[in-house]
Ligand binder design. Structure first.
Ligand SMILES: [Zn+2]
Length: 411
């Protein structure tokens, strides 16, 4: 026996208001909300109308994998009590409120993806990310790097100064300022099939940073040496990227692996080469001189100002500095992922919550002097400031937005 519901099922939902047409006392309910529209419809006479919702200007925060994982464990009630429990509970409440007030998004990134699928609770964690952050992603860190490279290649070709805009909307894959759908549907996807390869890659990056540090120590390299090495590596890293793509292509050829072969043409090394050659060809460089011209671009000093590479170089230099001053412990396997996230997103987003170690590197006075980026950087070491920052976002919500958020999301 199924209990009879008190009210018959309707597509409309509360809060119910008096219908303007048939005058039914609680006839008018919300049919849907999302984008820039709130649709009302009467359950009795079907009279309906739409309201245009107020404009939004959402803040964008990059929360690293560790942060998402802590919030996920809280949500799943699997998080063990420790000295940070109160902090993460507070952060969880504030983020939830700010997201529902339509003041904040925490986009998902390919760096999260790389880390998520090595996590034993991959799918549930992905679901939490979507739930907490909204269904919006950053474009990949590779794409950001390619976009910056294009600006510099054009500047090199034309002789003008490179001018980057750092508009956060340029690095998001969807509209930032839409009202969230009142009913959010997420499609589960099984990432686990991807895990072995990614786990291997992650171990490799862990290994790579460890080898790099050994090399610094063996050569007695400090801040300036590492900085110069990294800033001057532009040409060589392009060649290395192409050689790596070629190796994978040949391996694919041996194994009749078409996907591996196709990667050559989708990989960023090859795309960058194609892009630059095409740009110079259009600028009138004869075919016979294209390769020389590309290499001249790769050698160009101006490239040292490419934000992605510059931030990365300074962070590695600051790390080397710690080792010249007696540090012994190597960074964790995920370290380069956090560095890469900062190098890619810090110029564009409003704030980032990252690993303590990475946040500290940015506090090196040479980094503070040389690096200009938009993001406020937070970590567990500045937990109180992060909470105050989230609270300020909530407090600054315009009254009309707050009123509609309360009607639609019940906040
Ligand atoms: Zn009605």
């Amino acid at each position: 026996m199924i209990d009879k519901p008190k009210k018959p099922f309707t597509w409309e939902r509360g809060p119910f208001l008096k219908c303007l047409k048939c005058q039914e006392a609680e006839g008018l309910g919300i049919l849907s909300a999302g984008g820039d529209t709130l649709r009302w419809r009467c359950t009795k006479c079907r009279y309906g109308y739409s309201e245009i919702l107020p404009e939004l200007d959402k803040k964008v925060i990059y929360l690293d994998q560790f942060g998402f994982s802590e919030l996920h464990k809280l949500r799943a009630r699997t998080r063990r009590e420790d000295k940070h429990t109160a902090f993460w509970s507070k952060v969880s409440d504030l983020i939830n409120e700010a997201v529902l007030l339509q003041q904040l998004i925490l986009p998902y990134s390919n760096i999260h993806h790389d880390e998520t699928i090595v996590s034993p609770f991959a799918e549930a964690l992905r679901d939490t990310q979507e739930h907490i952050g909204g269904d919006i992603s950053f474009i990949s860190t590779n794409e950001i790097q390619l976009d910056q490279m294009e600006v510099f290649a054009e500047a090199f070709a034309s002789g003008a100064e490179p001018s980057l805009e750092f508009d956060v909307d340029d690095i998001l894959d969807d509209e930032r300022n839409e009202w969230l759908n009142d009913i959010r549907i997420s499609v589960p996807f099984d990432w686990s099939g991807f895990a072995p390869e990614t786990r291997e890659q992650r171990d490799k990056t862990g290994l790579a940073i460890s080898e790099l540090i050994d090399c610094w120590i063996a050569k007695g390299m400090g801040f300036d040496d590492v900085l110069n090495q990294e800033l001057n590596a532009y040409h060589e890293s392009r060649l290395e990227g192409l050689r790596e793509a070629q190796r994978r292509f040949e391996k694919g050829l041996e194994n009749y692996d078409l996907m591996a072969m196709a990667e050559l043409f989708h990989g960023s090394a090859f795309r960058e080469l194609q892009y630059v050659r095409e740009l110079f060809r259009e600028a009138g460089v004869p075919d016979a001189e294209l390769t020389a011209r590309v290499r001249a671009f790769w050698d160009w000093d101006g490239n040292k100002e490419q934000p992605n590479g510059k931030i990365l170089a300074y962070m590695l230099a600051a790390l080397a500095d710690q080792f010249t001053h007696g540090r012994k412990r190597k960074p964790s396997a995920g370290f380069l992922n956090d560095v890469s996230a900062i190098a890619s997103y810090a110029p564009y987003v409003d704030a980032m919550f990252v690993d303590i170690e990475c946040a500290q590197l940015l506090q090196d006075k040479r980094c503070l002097e040389a690096l200009k980026y938009r993001a406020k950087i937070f970590s567990l070491n500045s937990g109180e400031e992060f909470i105050a920052y989230l609270q300020a976002i909530i407090d600054e919500t315009p009254d009309d937005v707050r009123r509609y958020a309360s009607i639609i999301y019940g906040i």
